[in-house]
Design a protein around this ligand. Structure first.
Ligand SMILES: Cc1cc2nc3c(=O)[nH]c(=O)nc-3n(C[C@H](O)[C@H](O)[C@H](O)COP(=O)(O)OP(=O)(O)OC[C@H]3O[C@@H](n4cnc5c(N)ncnc54)[C@H](O)[C@@H]3O)c2cc1C
Length: 508
């Protein structure tokens, strides 16, 4: 009898294991040490040893983990000894979420270029096991009823324009991908407090801590000190520690930027049916986006002034849903009808062959019936580091640049940085260059600065163009949206650029 029960239990456990989501499995592997890569993962009892690494990644957010994942994937970099420093519990403790969990309000729209980078390193397969929503259509219009455009992936012979993924899924997928690679990483669940980029001589007391490490070798490394009292040395420090980067501050990189005096209210909402399109309407105080998330959920990113954002965060759910439906339809102004500028024939001389979406009519977005998450508020700003690299230190992601979320490009730029940096590091290793050498790191900076500044300028231009409600300007903006709708080469160029292609959004 007992044997039968034990067998049944064993079968149930096996079945549950199979059903269990991969993050739980991977996280359990991380904790139990059964995973192959765990053999390399050192515990953080470093009291008596000088810890030396090739690379110290400060900040294990989405961009820091993308760098680690890319390094773990390339033959020339996968043997590097890498430290990841971040107190975010998602990195160390048991991360466990299931497909049927309510969706997280923090999502990212990832571009086809990002998807292909994730596929290259083997991370996309993990995302596909969780909630995500590909979309092939986008509609953009404004509150005046004058400006309207729509984009379709088929305009550029592609199947999708992008995919909306919860940030926790992006992050967890990168972690899972790394766990399944043979990669020497050590996670420090702590935060960076100070950094010495060019230690001149052996720091006080260091010689006594380890006779195996000659103090002279440390002079060529950067020294990092952490909140938990640990310190470590690395040939290269990567600042992936977000918009308020401590690495950027300690390395003395200056920044340029400004606050937008706008906040974004974000949340998840529910519809009665699924949503397959990305919608964005420009309102007097800023744009509202309704992004498909899979199942019957969508994500709202609504930009407004700080006072309004606080009111909308605290108002009742019913009032908020009413406001959202208003903002996405009749509120603030009429739906676009026929063009103020005559009709599309005005642009016929510029059109070439007509894109498929040029014939698509304005559609009303699906009604929101329910709030499905908490409402979160983020202040918005633009920031760009004047330099991304100096000896032993480099910045990636939001540590190097933060942009307005109106086109969902921020983390895509960061992923671009992470993958570009790992390629440059591999190139350096191939020719025997020290990976902390400034001439090598400046190659990364040159490549990414151009791409990032171009995108920032476009997003900032959009933000500014839509922050004024003034008759003639409204017509000009409407004309620009119509131009983007009907002028086929321009339209294809815009779609390709927003998809992550490096070409500038000019006539091709
Ligand atoms: C409302 C909103 C909507 C957005 N939507 C999109 C979108 O649709 N698509 C898109 O591409 N982008 C979007 N973005 C931008 C995107 O969220 C950011 O670009 C992205 O989160 C940046 O990732 P990161 O890893 O560089 O930085 P972060 O996500 O800020 O991560 C930094 C990490 O560093 C750690 N850290 C900080 N300080 C230290 C320290 N001293 N020591 C150790 N660790 C430290 C933190 O714990 C954190 O884990 C949006 C942004 C906002 C505000």
């Amino acid at each position: 009898m007992n044997r039968v029960i034990v067998r049944k239990l064993a079968a149930n456990v096996a079945r549950l294991r199979v059903q269990h989501e991969f993050f739980c499995t991977d996280a359990a592997a991380r904790v139990s040490g059964s995973n192959r890569s765990h053999e390399h993962e050192e515990k953080h009892d470093f009291s008596n040893n000088i810890q030396q690494y090739d690379i110290a990644i400060v900040g294990g957010g989405m961009v820091g983990m993308a760098l680690a994942c890319s390094l773990a994937s390339m033959p020339l970099t996968k043997h590097l000894k890498v430290a990841i420093i971040d107190s975010n519990p998602a990195l160390g403790s048991k991360v466990c979420f299931k497909k049927e969990d309510p969706p997280d309000p923090r999502v990212s729209t990832v571009t086809p270029a990002t998807i292909s980078l994730f596929k290259d390193v083997g991370a996309w397969q993990y995302i596909e096991r969780h909630r995500h929503a590909y979309f092939d259509k986008m509609q953009v219009w404004d509150y005046t009823g004058l400006g309207y455009t729509s984009y379709n992936a088929r305009d550029i012979n592609k199947e999708i324009l992008g995919c909306v993924v919860e940030n926790k899924v992006l992050h967890g997928s990168l972690l899972s991908c790394i766990e399944n690679k043979d990669f020497q990483k050590t996670i420090y669940p702590s935060r960076l407090t100070s950094m010495t980029l060019h230690p001149r001589s052996s720091p006080m007391g260091m010689d006594s801590t380890s006779s195996r490490t000659p103090s002279s070798s440390l002079r060529h490394l950067a020294k990092l000190e952490l909140t938990d009292g640990n310190s470590l040395y690395a040939k290269l420090v990567v600042g992936a520690d977000g918009g308020k980067s401590r690495v950027r501050e300690l390395a003395g990189f200056k920044t340029t930027g400004w606050n937008y005096s706008q906040n974004a209210v974000i949340c998840t909402v529910e519809h009665t049916d699924g949503n397959q399109c990305a919608w964005q309407r420009f309102l007097p105080a800023g744009p509202i986006a309704l992004l498909p998330m899979g199942d019957n959920f969508s994500n709202i990113v609504w930009t407004m002034n700080p006072k309004e954002s606080m009111d909308r965060k605290s108002m009742s759910e019913d009032d908020f849903v009413k406001d959202v439906n208003n903002a996405l339809d009749y509120g603030y102004g009429p739906r676009p009808k026929s063009s103020l500028l005559g009709n599309e024939d005005m642009f016929s001389w510029l059109r070439g062959y007509v894109t498929l979406s040029a014939n698509e009519c304005f559609e009303v977005p699906p009604k929101v019936v329910k709030l499905a998450s908490e409402r979160m508020v983020f202040p918005l700003s633009l920031m760009h580091a004047n330099d991304y690299a100096s000896k032993h230190v480099v910045l990636i992601g939001d540590a190097a640049h933060t942009v307005h979320p109106l086109a969902g490009q921020g983390v895509n730029l960061g992923f671009g940085d992470a993958f570009a940096l790992s390629r440059v590091i591999a190139e350096g290793i191939a020719v025997g260059t020290d990976i902390g050498e400034v001439s090598l790191l400046k190659k990364y900076e040159a490549e990414r600065k151009l791409a990032n500044i171009t995108m920032m300028a476009i997003l900032d231009g959009f933000q500014k163009a839509y922050s004024v409600d003034f008759g003639p300007l409204n017509i000009l903006r409407a004309a620009a949206l119509h131009g983007a709708h009907y002028i086929s080469p321009l339209k294809r160029s815009i779609i390709s650029y927003a998809s992550g292609e490096q070409r500038l959004p000019l006539f091709s």
